[in-house]
Design a protein around this ligand. Structure first.
Ligand code: FES
Length: 114
């Protein structure tokens, strides 16, 4: 198991980029729930963030890709609008152990094509 980030370091309604051995992910906390995705837009495979740790739109209601503005539901990563409408961000399975977002090593080996 690999610990990625302390959940206390993610404020409600914000996102955090996470890098581990060249694996790029991000976490979002919304309504006290946590979500973890690969940092890769299903449109062109680019990183999503506007600037460091900024993956959400101005209302913090949706995830927004900085390249062409695609909007994704925080809860399931589904693209609601934009060039990849209907596609999904790829979620990463995790558990919280001692307050840390924790993943199986095998979860980091999965690389699903766009
Ligand atoms: S690369 Fe994300 S919307 Fe085009």
């Amino acid at each position: 198991m690999i610990s990625l980030i302390d959940t206390a370091d993610i404020e409600e309604g914000t996102s955090r980029g996470i890098e581990l051995d060249n694996h790029y992910m991000f976490a979002v906390k919304k309504d006290d729930q946590l979500f973890l995705y690969w940092n890769r837009c299903p449109h062109l495979g680019t990183p999503l963030e506007w600037e460091e740790n900024r993956f959400l739109d101005s209302d913090a209601a949706l995830i927004q890709c900085s390249t062409h503005g695609a909007l994704f539901q925080i809860e399931d990563g589904r693209c609601l609008a934009g060039p990849c409408k209907g596609k999904h961000l790829q979620a990463i399975p995790f558990i919280v152990v001692n307050g840390m977002i924790t993943v199986e090593e095998s979860a980091l080996r999965i690389s699903t094509p766009l």
